[in-house]
Design a protein around this ligand. Structure first.
Ligand SMILES: *[C@@H]1O[C@H](CO)[C@@H](O)[C@H](O)[C@H]1NC(C)=O
Ligand SMILES: *[C@@H]1O[C@H](CO)[C@@H](O)[C@H](O)[C@H]1NC(C)=O
Length: 765
C-alpha cells in the first residue's frame, strides 16, 4: 500500500474507529428470570469463567449471581431482557428464541469451573451426578455432539473447517476450533431449528420476518421428531449425521441404527415479530417499556429447570437463510459483482469487494489505498445467548384452581449504581406495572445474592441484595401534571419517598400480617437488625394472595429506594374486571378471557405487523357505570344478553379489508340477539354488528377494537315497553279529546293558529 504523509493521520483515525467497532458486541442479557451469563456467585465485576455452562459471547460483566425462584403452573411471568443490536429495524435481522428445559441433573453447581470433559475427572467417574459442577445439557449429549459429523451443507464462509479435527458438530463457523462451553453443542447453539434431538423445549420465536414462523412452528422439536445415528457399543467412532452413512457403519459387528427420537409432544412455539429496539443500546423498547415476552408457565411439575434466550443477529450482506456450503471458500463465493455493481467477480475482487475477514475496499478509481472494513465472517450471522439459573415449576396450591389467574411479582437487578451493574440493571420490580382483575392472585417472590461486588453502591450490608414492599404515602404537595393513574382509589404516590403508615386496608386489602411480612420480611426472620433488612435472607416468598380491593397501589422498597441513585418503585392496578394482553402479528393467534366468555381470534395475514391487543370483560353493571361516567345510555334493543367485551386498540388494526373474529358468550335461551359496537372512550354511537349465533356464542367479524355487547331486541321487557307506550298514547288521545270537548273555545284558537301557519308558509314558498 502506497501512502503519502498527509494520509497517515487520517488512517490513524480510521483504524481507531475500526478498533472501537470491532470490540463492540451485540449482546443479550436476561433480567427476569435472572440471567447468569455464566456467572455463579462471583464478587468480581466480570464473571470468572465464560465457558462454565454455555457460550454467551456476551460481555464478561453481564449476569446475576445465583438465586432461584419457583413459579406456579399456568401463572403469568414476564420474561425481560435487553439486546444490544436493533431488532425489527432495517440495520440488522434479528431472531430471538426462548426455550426451557427441565431435568433431574439440571443444576447451578458450586464452583465457577467448567464441568470436566471426561467422566474420569468427576466424582465417582460420573460427571452427570457430580453436583460440584453446574450442568444443563448432560455428559452423553455433549459426547455425542463432539463425535458427530458436522453438517457439511452449512455456509461457513472463509472459516477454515477443513482440518480433520474440525469435522464435528462442535466445529462451526462461529466456533471453528470447537471450544467447549459446559456441555452445550456448538452446532445446536448456532442453528435453529436444530436437526438432532435436544433437551430444549421451545417457548417462543420472535423473528424479523414473520413469514418464517410457518417453518419454525412446523420444524420445532416440540412437534416434530428427530432422527439420529445410534452406534452399537462404541465410544470412539465418528458418529454419522445421516441415514446412509449410519446404516453402513459397522461397529463391533453391528450396523448403526438410524433411530427416531419422538418430538417433545408440546404445542408449536408461539411465533411473532420482534419488538422494535435500537442499535448500540441495552435498554427498553418503544415507549420506555422493557423488551419482554409474557410467558404462561406450562402445566408441568419440576424442581430443576433452566431458561435460555438466544439472539441471532444477521445482516443484509448475504442472505443467511439461502446461503450454503457451495459458497464456502477463501474468499467466499458470495456474489459481490452483481450486488455491488461490478462487471465480474474478479473486478469486484480487485477493488476489495470480497466477503472475507477485514477486506480493504477501494472506493475511488484513483485511490492510493483501500479502507479496511471490520468484517469478521465468524460474526456475520452471529448468535448470542443468556441462560437463567435453575428455577422450579410447581403445581398450584389446592385452593387455587386452574381457571384462576396468578400473577408473578418479582424483583430484577442487582446491587450497584447504573454504571457498576451495567450491562445488568439496577433494582426494579417486575412487572413494574401489574394490571389485574379483582379476584386474581399475586405471587410476591424475589431473590438476590450476598456476594455482589462489595464496592458496588447500595444501602445496607456491602455486597448484599435485599428487598421489601411498602405502600408509598399519598401526594403531599400540589404538582403540575395530573396524569391519570388507573382504576379505583389512588393509593400512594410515585412522587414521594415516605411510606404510608399502616392502617388495616391500606395495601391491596391484605391483612396486617401480610403487609408486615412484605415490609419487614417477617416470614422466616425472627428479630435481628432489620432497619435495612441486613439480617434477613436474600429470598422472600409470600404464597399467592387473592386481591379483591380495587385501586391503584404505588409502592417501594424502603432499603433500595435511594432517590439520588436509583428508585425502586412500582404499582399494582386492581380493576373490577379481568384484563388480558396478547401480542399478535402477521401469524395471527388468539386470546381468550379467563372466564371463557369471550375470545378474539386472528387468522394469518389479517394483521401485517405486531399488535398489542388488550381485552377487558365488563359486567353489565360495570358497562352501565362506564356509560354513565361518559354521560351516555344505551337505547338500542332491550336487555343485555352478554357482558361487555372491550378490545384495544380501537382504530382499524387489520390490513386492508381483512377482519378478525370475536366470539362473545350470550345468555342461553335469549332470542333475537343483536351485537353492538361503540367506542369505549365516549360511547357516542352504537352500531349494529352482523353476528351469527353458534350455540351460546355470538360470532362476528371486526376490523377494529372497541366495546361490544349483545342485546335482545324482542323479549318480555320489549313487549311490556310497547304495551305501556300504547296505553300512554291512548290515554293522551282520549284526554285531549275530552279536554277540547270541555273547552270548545280553545279548539277554535288552535284552528286559527293552524290557518295562520298555513298562510305564512304559503307566502314564503
Ligand atoms: C441464525 O441465522 C442463520 C441465518 O443467518 C441461520 O442459519 C441459523 O440457523 C440461525 N441460528 C439460530 C440459533 O437462530
Ligand atoms: C405483557 O403483559 C403486560 C401486562 O401484564 C402488557 O402491558 C404488555 O404489553 C404485554 N407485552 C407483550 C409483548 O405481550
Amino acid at each position: 500500500m502506497k501512502l503519502n504523509g498527509k494520509m497517515l493521520p487520517l488512517l490513524h483515525i480510521l483504524s481507531g474507529i475500526i478498533f472501537i467497532i470491532s470490540i463492540v458486541e451485540a449482546d443479550i442479557y436476561l433480567h427476569n428470570v435472572r440471567g447468569s451469563n455464566n456467572r455463579l456467585d462471583e464478587a468480581t465485576r466480570p464473571r470468572t469463567n465464560a465457558k462454565r455452562m454455555f457460550d454467551s459471547q456476551n460481555n464478561a460483566r453481564g449476569g446475576y449471581n445465583v438465586g432461584s425462584l419457583f413459579y406456579y403452573q399456568g401463572s403469568l411471568l414476564p420474561i425481560e431482557w435487553t439486546n444490544q443490536h436493533s431488532c425489527h429495524d432495517a440495520n440488522s435481522h434479528c431472531e430471538i428464541i426462548l426455550q426451557y428445559m427441565c431435568g433431574d441433573t439440571v443444576r447451578d453447581g458450586a464452583t465457577t469451573k467448567t464441568i470436566p470433559e471426561m467422566n474420569a475427572q468427576c466424582l465417582n467417574n460420573d460427571c452427570n451426578s457430580d453436583r460440584t459442577y453446574g450442568m444443563h445439557e448432560d455428559y452423553n449429549y455433549y459426547n455425542n455432539c463432539k463425535r458427530r459429523q458436522r453438517n457439511k451443507g452449512l455456509f461457513v464462509a472463509d472459516q477454515n473447517l477443513n482440518n480433520r479435527n474440525r469435522q464435528f458438530a462442535r466445529n462451526t463457523r462461529q466456533n471453528p476450533g470447537g471450544t467447549r462451553y459446559g456441555y452445550e453443542c456448538p452446532e445446536e447453539r448456532d442453528y435453529y431449528p436444530y436437526w438432532h434431538p435436544t433437551p430444549w423445549k421451545d417457548i417462543a420465536v420472535m423473528t424479523n420476518d414473520a413469514q418464517r414462523c410457518l417453518y419454525y412452528r412446523a420444524q420445532s422439536e416440540n412437534v416434530k421428531s428427530r432422527w439420529a445415528c445410534v452406534l452399537h457399543n462404541d465410544s470412539t467412532s465418528a458418529i454419522p449425521n445421516n441415514k446412509d452413512d449410519c446404516e453402513q457403519l459397522e461397529t463391533n459387528g453391528v450396523k448403526g441404527q438410524w433411530k427416531e427420537f419422538p418430538s417433545h409432544g408440546l404445542p408449536p412455539p408461539d411465533c411473532r415479530e420482534t419488538d422494535f429496539s435500537r442499535d448500540n443500546h441495552l435498554g427498553n423498547g418503544i415507549g420506555g417499556h422493557p423488551l419482554l415476552y409474557n410467558w404462561t408457565v406450562p402445566y408441568i411439575s419440576h424442581e430443576k429447570c433452566a431458561m435460555r434466550i438466544r439472539y441471532n443477529v444477521s445482516t443484509n450482506d448475504y442472505d443467511g437463510w439461502n446461503t450454503n456450503s457451495s459458497q464456502n471458500g477463501n474468499p467466499t463465493k458470495i456474489n459481490m459483482a452483481d450486488k455491488y455493481g461490478f462487471s465480474t467477480e474478479e473486478a469486484a475482487g480487485t477493488r476489495g469487494y470480497k466477503f472475507k475477514n477485514n477486506p480493504e475496499v477501494v472506493l475511488f478509481d484513483d485511490a492510493d489505498f483501500g479502507l479496511q472494513l471490520a468484517i469478521n465472517t465468524a460474526e456475520y450471522g452471529r448468535v448470542f445467548q443468556d441462560r437463567s439459573h435453575t428455577f422450579a415449576i410447581r403445581p398450584r396450591p389446592d385452593h387455587i384452581d386452574s381457571t384462576s389467574t396468578i400473577h408473578n411479582l418479582n424483583v430484577r437487578g442487582k446491587r450497584g449504581n447504573i454504571v457498576q451493574v451495567y450491562p445488568s440493571v439496577e433494582y426494579d420490580f417486575v412487572p413494574n406495572t401489574l394490571e389485574m382483575g379483582t379476584g386474581e392472585y399475586v405471587h410476591f417472590q424475589w431473590t438476590g445474592s450476598n456476594t455482589n461486588n462489595r464496592g458496588n453502591d447500595g444501602n445496607g450490608l456491602a455486597g448484599t441484595d435485599r428487598n421489601n414492599i411498602v405502600l408509598l404515602s399519598s401526594k403531599k404537595y400540589p404538582e403540575g401534571s395530573g396524569a391519570s393513574f388507573g382504576p379505583g382509589v389512588k393509593r400512594g404516590h410515585f412522587g414521594v419517598n415516605y411510606p404510608e403508615h399502616v392502617t388495616n386496608d391500606t395495601f391491596l386489602g391484605l391483612g396486617k400480617d401480610d403487609v408486615e411480612k412484605l415490609a419487614l420480611l417477617s416470614t422466616g426472620q425472627f428479630g435481628g437488625e432489620m432497619s435495612q433488612l441486613d439480617d434477613a435472607g436474600t429470598y422472600f416468598n409470600l404464597d399467592p394472595r387473592q386481591i379483591t380491593q380495587l385501586g391503584t397501589y404505588h409502592f417501594m422498597s424502603t432499603r433500595n429506594n435511594d432517590f439520588s441513585n436509583r428508585d425502586q418503585k412500582a404499582r399494582i392496578m386492581v380493576y373490577p374486571y379481568p384484563v388480558r394482553y396478547e401480542a399478535i402479528g402477521y401469524m395471527g393467534g388468539s386470546v381468550t378471557l379467563p372466564s371463557g366468555n369471550a375470545k378474539v381470534e386472528v387468522s394469518q395475514g389479517a394483521f401485517d405487523g405486531l399488535q398489542k391487543l388488550r381485552l377487558e370483560e365488563w359486567s353489565r353493571e360495570e358497562g352501565d357505570r362506564q356509560m354513565q361516567a361518559a354521560h351516555q345510555t344505551m337505547n338500542l334493543g332491550s336487555d343485555y344478553v352478554s357482558n361487555f367485551l372491550v378490545v384495544y386498540p380501537q382504530n382499524q388494526i387489520t390490513t386492508d379489508d381483512n377482519t378478525f373474529t370475536i366470539e362473545l358468550k350470550v345468555d342461553s335461551g335469549s332470542s333475537d340477539i343483536v351485537v353492538y359496537r361503540s367506542n369505549a372512550d365516549n360511547f357516542a354511537t352504537w352500531t349494529r354488528v352482523d353476528a351469527s349465533i353458534d350455540g351460546n356464542m355470538a360470532k362476528f367479524q371486526s376490523q377494529r377494537g372497541g366495546v361490544f355487547v349483545a342485546r335482545s331486541s324482542s323479549n318480555i321487557g320489549m313487549v311490556v315497553g310497547i304495551v305501556i307506550a300504547c296505553i300512554v298514547i291512548v290515554i293522551i288521545v282520549i284526554g285531549t279529546l275530552v279536554y277540547f270537548k270541555l273547552h270548545p273555545k280553545k279548539w277554535q284558537s288552535v284552528k286559527n293558529n293552524a290557518k295562520y301557519i298555513q298562510r305564512s308558509t304559503q307566502s314564503k314558498v
